[in-house]
Design a protein around this ligand. Sequence first.
Ligand code: 5AD
Ligand code: SF4
Length: 434
Amino acid sequence: MRPKKVYLECFGCQMNAFDTEVLESMLEGEGFVISKDPSEADAILVNTCSVRENAERRAIGRLNDLSRHKGAVLAVCGCMAQRLGDRLFELVTALDIVAGPDSYAALPSAISAAVSGEGRKVLVEKDGSVTYRLRSVSGSSPSRYLSITRGCENYCSYCIVPYVRGTFRSKDACAVIEELGLLEASGTKEVTLLGQNVMAYRSEDCGFVDLLGRILEETDIERIRFLTTHPRDVDNGIFTLMAETDRICPHIHLPFQAGSDRILSIMNRGYTSSVYLDIIDRARALRPDIAFTTDIIVGFPGETEDDFEETLAMVEKVRFDSAFTFKYSPREGTKSAGLEDDVPVEVKKSRLETLNTTIQRIRMEIVAARIGSVEEILLDARVIKGEYQFLKGRTPHFRNVLVESENWNPGDTVSVVLRELSNFTFIGEEITGR
Ligand code: 5AD
Ligand code: SF4
């Protein structure tokens, strides 16, 4: 009998990307072969996001589109699956399986059973102890994700995550070290530790800074990054480590969401703008070149022009390398969904444009100041741009670089002179390899 083929697609954040990799290896363990073509697949699995209404609309559109492949079992997992459960059968009539983020251990066998003709299934039981371990690594990639925490209990008033991803939990520290060993053995040079809230990591007496210390000592991973964080959990020890070693990359994604203390309080963020700025100052006192990136929401209920000006002022003060910016989108079941969504769409749109213009200007100033400097780049892929072949990589600060070289390969860490910019990407020039 020919092996069954499964096609996977992933929407949403890096946590979903990691879960999709884990699901791929679980499905391979169940005897499936991963296919790149939905038209030849026996099963199609879509991992989804719920963070904004738009993310769900896109996923439902895509699921209905994939329903054309009539012979294939259609399964949906991830945050939208957890949120909507069996309501999804009305929105996507061809759907066979709905599985929430705590149910992935049962998902591959459920897909197998459905391929053999079993009927619809809904797996949305919550289990606050589940963390997924990487048991095998397919292929070789210089840069990989590894999740170390799951869930969130911060209950920011706008956010669906605590309702769909469940309670906060941390992976056992020894498991993290073992998984890093697997990644290292497969050729991985850089690992991004993932969670909705990585700095809140705690496994027995091992906190996040302790975990970073263990990773530095017990592995040879060249570069360690992490995503995402909450200002509430920041520990100076992280900046001290960044000052001591380049293996912890000098970049932190630290969402601030809004500049107005009144709005931050209604968002239930648990800090004020001055507390946030104080974190930035402490970090830069220890390691002046740390690059900060952030998430910002415009048009939260009740946001006035003055509140928005305070958001712009924060951007000017911190000087972020880049930012993800969003129009507020009410999510059913969250606290702020009970507030009137009173900022008109047009106003949200124009605030977003103003914000993005400011962010891009500062970003350009930051990158332009680096022209002429020498940076260590980890090359992660080959890319073709027009008639030219480049190697693509990142600086320690997570800035993009393209370089032409006959001598280098993805996975190499190389010294490059940053010669010029194409948008926000540096064009580098080879000096030495190693
Ligand atoms: N509306 C708009 N943006 C949101 N985010 C989370 N929930 C919402 C929402 N309801 C943004 C936040 C978060 C990022 C992942 O998505 O900025 O940090
Ligand atoms: Fe989307 Fe949040 Fe779920 Fe990630 S955790 S997929 S951003 S809803």
